[in-house]
Structure formats: C-alpha cells, structure tokens
Design a protein around this ligand. Structure first.
Ligand code: ADP
Length: 664
C-alpha cells in the first residue's frame, strides 16, 4: 500500500450545496477542508462549514471559481494535497486536472486523458463504438458542409438531432424534422455552440422521439477495477436539463439492468476510468434499445439518489480511489435497497420558460421527515446571485417503496417554506402528483406534454386565506405596539366596533378585506361572504387561525408592507399591503369623521340620534399628550358611532357618521 498518498487537507474548488456535501464527508474522514469563495459567497453556508476559507476573487466565475492559477496557489499555500472540483466549473477541465498533476496535487476525478476523451461528443462516440457500446446512429465526421449534413441526415432518417461537439447543458442542440429545416437549424446550433463553447462543430444523431434518459453511475480505481452502481432515471427534464431523478428506474428489468450495466462498465474500461463518473444513455422504450449519449467525468448533481439506495458515500469512495486505494467493493456487493428520488429546487419561473431569477431567500425552513435528505445551498437570508446556477436545494427522499417516496417528496414540497424569490417548488409538487409520473409512464417530453406553459402557473388558491393571515398578523402587531406603549396587560384588546378595510396586492390580483374586531373574534368580509375568524396564536413565524371553525397553521414572514405567507395548500405567496385608508378619505365628505392622527378616545360627547350643529363637540381625542376635540362641520343628526371611550385608534380610523340636516 505504499502507493497510497493520504490526503489530510483538501481544497474544494466549488461552492454551494456540493461544497457543503464534500465538507460533510471530509469531517467524517478527518480531512481538513479549505473552501474558496468569491465576493458573492462571503456569507454562504459552505464557507462557514469549512475548516479554512480563502477569498479568491470577484463574483464572476472567471475571476474566482474558474481562476485556475489562483486556486492552485491557495491549495499550495494551505498545504492541500488534493483538490475536489465538485461539478461544473473546473470539474471537467482536462487542462486543470493536468496542471494539478504537474504541481503534485491530487485532482479528485479521473485522469486528464479520460476527461479529454469525453470532452468531445464525436470522439466519445467513436471510442464507445470501438468498444462495442451502442451509440445513437448518426454522423460525427469532419466534413461540416450543409450538403454533407443533409446527405447524412437522409441516411439516418428524420427527425434528426444536431448537437455541439463540445456541448453540454443542452446548449447547441436542435431537433430537425424535415430537410427544409436543416440549414436554418444548423446555423442556429452553430451560433449557439460557438458562443457557449468556442467551437461551432456539430454532430448529427437520430432523434429518439420517445426516449428516456437513463444513466449509470460508474466507478474505477487506479488498479484497473471498474464497476457500476446501478442506474438513475433522469427523464423528467426541461430545456434538456434534469429536474427530477429517481432510482431504481420504473422501467428497469433485471435483464435490462444487466445489459445496460455491462455497457456502462465497458465504457468505463474503454477509458481506464479511475474515479466517479456517469454513463448516460437514451433508452427507446418501444424498441427496447438503448444508446450511449455521453460520459460525465465527475460527480453528478444527482449522486445522492445512488447513495440513498446503495448506502454508499460516493465522495468518500472518490477520495479513497484518488489516494490510490483499490475499490473496496465488487460488482456483486452492490445491492439496491428501497427507492430514492431527488427534486431540484431552482430559483426560476416555470411560467416564464423556467428562466432563472435572482433575489433573496428571505426564509428557508422545512420540517424533518424520516428519509429526507435536504442538500441546500442556502439558509434564511441567502442571496441567489446572477452569477451562478440558481439551484436552491436538492430535496432527496428515501422510502422502502416508490409510492412512499413520492408521497414523502410531495409532502416536503408542500410544506417547505422558501420565501422571497420565485421558485419551481409548486411546479415540482404538481409533477410529483401527476398520474403519468406516478405510473412511471413518461419520456423526455413529459413536461411539455403535461405541463404546457399555462399549466405551470402557480395557482392562487388559498390567496384569500393568506390575506386573512396577513391581516391578522398586521392587526396584532399594531395592537402589540400600542400595548407596549401603554403597558396594557398582554392579551388585552380594545373592543372595536367599527368596520375597517385592508387591501393586499398579489401579482396583478388585488384582494380587499373588510373586517371588524368583535372581542373574541373577527368578522371578515371577502367577496360578499362574511367569515368568523379567530386568531389562535401569532408567534412569528407561526400563525394559527380558525376560519369558520377550521383551524390551520400558516408560516408568515413580514418585511415592511410585504407579507410572505406559506400554507401547504397554497404554497408560498407574497402579498403587498396597500396604503391603509385611501377609501375612507373618499367617504369622509359624506358625514364620516375620522381620527386625524393615532389617538386614544377620551370621551364621546354625543349619542346616536342626537341633533348637532356646526361646531358641536363630537369627541375628545388624545394624542401625543394633547387633547383635541373633533367638532361637527355642519348641521345634522348622529347616525352611527364607531368607537368608544378608551379605544386606541390609528390615523384615519372612522369615528362616527353624521347624516347632514337636509337628508335627515
Ligand atoms: P448535453 O451534453 O448538452 O447535456 P446530452 O447528449 O447529454 O447533451 O443530451 C441531453 C438530453 O437531450 C438528453 O438527456 C435527452 O433528453 C436529449 N437527447 C440527447 N440526445 C438525444 C437523441 N438522440 N434523441 C432524443 N433525445 C436526445
């Protein structure tokens, strides 16, 4: 075992949840971690979790997480023997892996040659073909002329798929249904590929119209051992990118697993693969054929799914083989237990083509549940920056049964409090609840088929209840302030009898509530219905209320006039409280008298039915220790009195109504 080089300090050249994930395993193994951070990540959770954290530059990735020289310099200065690249950034950068080797630093990943070979889709396909791994029929030659591509497309048969040779993340791909679409699609794919990867080279593939994305986790060591750690079903995608992954795959038979697993191991052997990797296949269910797509030469985002069913720690295995240790497992040792599923929570807008959004996660909170593994990149208050991938968290659940795992995931998605930014949370819950998803009957078009843009809108069901919750919270906070000022025993409330109005804005919807405090409860009028509402408890962020005899719990966070309200059935809603009394001001000309400032009612000087003249004193108010008598401005009869002596009222609150003499 003298070839083993023990790692005692590891630098993590990444950020977010994957940095946290790697740190967790290092803590278990006694490895000291060095995190690196950019300007935007100074306060990120993973930075605080590391043993040492070093600032490496501005927020733009080129200045920080892609800055190879800087990262190597920090690794050396910190005495790190190894660098874990996570996924993304430098993870599949062969030159970086090479530079690490040259400087005597272990790169926790496969050898640079394997990364290099899989970096090009055309080379990867050629290599796999030579090793009897089935590849999608297609063309990956050097002649990129439109004539040649057209000719090859005819041979393959439409529809065909254009892909960037250097591609990744679904960029530079175009489906072509007919010959007359080819040239335009080619130009668009070239442009996109050139911009994203600096290479406009394309390959052509048969388009598998109803395919499933099934991938195999592979592992190799430096002693020539290779194996696979079963499959992950990653067919639920948007924009060619995964959002939900599950294992085992609902379409997997032992026989198919055997065939695909064998192909995956062949791919690993073809590369003399010596760390964690993933062989991706597209599976044509009708034809029962599968084809190689690509090898990702790194730890995948969705690796926890494999860990949950195998009980293995893939980061630990990565570190062990990177140190030169032989794999401690045989293929026969790998047994799946139960079922795991992962949903990726993104700061993105499903209704707007899933485009990323940035902003602050005001609150992130969830309840523990048996079998839940929350891999989150954020905590309450974290910012989702425009610089990086907008993934907020990976929600992974395990259960002995597939249905059980779906049920758990759905429950977590309904109950997760993630407030402040638009996310795909409600959309994910809808996907998990969809019968086709639950039946395992889906292909890569699942989202487009079952969730066209108009069905991706988070529903505003529950908006009225959320508004009631916000109203109660608002009311109690005002009460508490008054209570403090006047040292009134807590729980004491004024018995208001006058009705008030409050409006909230939710997106383009406005919701207006009329309410009246009646001692033990409120009467709240909404859309022509009156509800009896009781505030059971409001201890931020938990609000419990009873509407017409039904009690439920809400989570409420307030920032000024913005209320973030969560309830499992309505999800996370954001409500803006409108300015308080515009309506009453309009009414004041019709004999309504209002409090000019926050006051206490000292004395009511009149009675209902009483005739008054201009200048008659109606009420004595006290505010800021000054008394102020509200006088009638015209002759008339007192029609209604809304407040009583002792009440503490806000500016604009209605005091009484006077019917002018000519009407009376
Ligand atoms: P990238 O490297 O950009 O991620 P992949 O080759 O891994 O590209 O493909 C991404 C996704 O595109 C796959 O998961 C699958 O949904 C779809 N796809 C790729 N190739 C084909 C094909 N030949 N036919 C149908 N769908 C495909």
């Amino acid at each position: 075992m003298d070839s083993v080089k023990y790692i005692s300090t590891l630098l993590i050249a990444n950020r977010g949840e994957i940095a946290s994930r790697i740190i967790r395993t290092c803590k278990k193994m006694g490895i000291r971690t060095v995190a690196v951070f950019s300007e935007a990540d100074r306060f990120a959770p993973y930075v605080g979790e590391s043993d040492q954290a070093v600032y490496i530059g501005e927020s733009a990735p080129a200045a920080s997480y892609l800055n190879q020289e800087k990262i190597l310099e920090v690794a050396k200065a910190q005495g790190a023997q190894a660098i874990h690249p996570g996924y993304g950034f430098l993870a599949e950068n062969a030159a970086f892996a090479q530079a690490c080797a040259e400087q005597g630093i272990i790169f926790v990943g496969p050898r640079p040659e394997a990364i290099q070979a899989m970096g090009s889709k055309s080379e990867a396909k050629a290599l796999m073909q030579a090793h009897e791994v089935p590849v999608v029929p297609g063309y990956q030659g050097e002649d990129q002329s439109p004539e040649r591509l057209k000719e090859e497309a005819e041979k393959i048969g439409y529809p065909v798929l254009l892909k960037a040779v250097a591609g990744g993340g679904g960029k530079g791909m175009r489906i072509v249904h007919a010959p007359d679409e080819l040239v335009a699609a080619m130009e668009a794919a070239r442009r996109e590929a050139q911009n994203a990867f600096g290479s406009a080279e394309l390959i052509l593939e048969k388009y598998i119209a109803s395919g499933r994305h099934i991938e195999f986790q592979i592992f190799g060591d430096q002693h020539g051992n290779t194996l696979h750690l079963l499959e992950r079903e990653c067919t639920i995608q948007r924009r060619y990118q995964k959002v939900i992954e599950e294992s085992p795959s609902p379409v997997m038979s032992p026989e198919l697993r055997e065939r695909m697993g064998l192909a995956a191991v062949k791919a690993a052997e073809a590369l003399a693969y010596d760390n964690a990797g993933t062989v991706e296949f597209i599976y044509d269910e009708q034809a029962d054929e599968f084809y190689f797509l690509e090898v990702n030469t790194r730890l995948q985002v969705e690796h926890p799914v494999t860990e949950e069913i195998t009980g293995l720690d893939l980061v630990q295995l990565q570190l062990e083989v990177a140190q030169g240790m032989p794999l401690s497992l045989n293929q026969e040792d790998i047994q799946a237990k139960g079922y795991a599923i992962e949903a990726r929570l993104y700061a993105e807008d499903p209704a707007n083509d899933f485009l990323p959004v940035s902003g602050q996660v005001v609150r992130f909170d969830y309840a523990e549940l048996e079998g839940l593994r929350m891999e989150s990149a954020v905590q309450s208050g974290s910012h989702i920056s425009v610089y990086y991938d907008p993934m907020i968290a990976k929600i992974v659940v395990w259960d002995a049964h597939r249905q059980g795992a779906h049920r758990k995931l759905h429950y977590v998605l309904e109950n997760l409090v993630c407030q402040g930014t638009t996310t795909n949370q409600a959309f994910l819950a809808d996907v998990v609840a969809h019968p086709a998803f639950q039946a395992g009957q889906y292909d890569t078009h699942f989202i487009d088929t079952h969730f066209p843009p108009e069905k991706r809108q988070a529903s505003s069901a529950g908006l009225q209840q959320a508004a009631i919750a916000a109203l109660l919270a608002d009311w109690q906070e005002r009460e508490a302030k008054r209570g403090l000022l006047r040292s009134i025993p807590s729980g004491w409330r004024n018995n208001y009898t006058y009705p008030q109005q409050l409006s909230f804005q939710h997106g383009s919807e406005e919701i207006t509530l009329e309410y009246r405090y009646c001692g033990a409860f409120f009467e709240i009028g909404l859309d022509g219905l009156t509800h009896q509402v009781r505030l059971i408890d409001w201890t931020a962020p938990n609000l419990r209320m009873e509407i017409d005899g039904k009690q439920s719990a809400f989570q409420l966070t307030r920032q000024g006039n913005t209320f973030f309200v969560h309830h499992p059935q309505s999800g996370n809603l954001q409500l803006e409280r409108k300015p308080r009394f515009p309506l009453k001001e309009k009414e004041s000309g019709q004999g309504i008298y209002q409090a000019p400032m926050p006051s206490q009612v000292l004395k009511v000087l009149v009675e209902v039915g009483q005739e008054v003249g201009p200048g008659t004193g109606l009420m004595v108010l006290s505010s800021m220790k000054m008394e102020n008598t509200v006088e009638a401005t015209e002759a008339g009869r007192i029609e209604e009195i809304y407040v009583e002596a002792g009440a503490n009222i806000e500016a604009g609150v209605q005091l009484l109504k006077l019917a002018p003499a000519e009407e009376a």
